[in-house]
Design a binder for this molecule. Sequence first.
Ligand SMILES: [Zn+2]
Length: 277
Amino acid sequence: MAYKIYLSPSNQSGNKYASGNTNEMAQCDKIAKAAQTALTRCGFSVKVGKSGDTMANRCNESDAFNADIHMPIHTNAFDAKTTGGTLVMLYKNTTEHNKAGKALLDAVGKISPGSDYVLRYRTDLYELSVPSAMSLYLEVEFHDTKTGADWIRNNTDAIGEAIAKGMCNYFGVVYKAPTTENETPSSVSTYSIKMLRIYKGASTNTVGQVLTLQRILNELKEGNGYRGKDGEKLKLDGDFGENTEYALKAYQKVHSLTQDGVCDREDWSKLLCEYLK
Ligand SMILES: [Zn+2]
């Protein structure tokens, strides 16, 4: 029997994004849709709450569905200055809750640009306490900074894949990556999510996207990282300069990728595959 996941994207259309003239509800609907696609591909049974619906209806639906996991999907806000990373909130501090929460946090938190991703316990949140299923309350990055908002808007598909990857890791299900034009489904064995193609001087270099790359390069090789031209760990500045390019090329060399300093789909795929396991 397939595991059942109920996705409950935020209905907070009043929470405006710092860029893109959009809001929390619109983006969380997109993330939920992408997560549904990815989870379904991986063999889960998925139900997504109707856009803008109430928390009460969502919880009733989740219970009627007999969900194994109830997952509210939100994006965060604080002081319009902090791109603070991803947060997963849990109702209880039990081994099982922590295992599930950590799996989700590892997958989504590690690709989000803010590095301070954490697990937290709350008993006062309706969608944590009411659903019968274990609830994993996801706050994907902060939308009240331009860095955070740009990153979320550009990566709703990638976030959906990361959610699926996290649930696969928790339930011990094999993650199936989306296919691209050149692949047949059976040949797909990598973590292959679409993220922006970035390189030194590219117009697609959003601060958040570059931060994600810099953080991954720094943390590979058991935390030793791929170093910059200066021999140091990369400065987490979101600027794709010569040190970031140098580190990426070193990574490409080790992994027999084209050493062009361009982080494209193939590079992201390898990086994420190694980083997220
Ligand atoms: Zn929210």
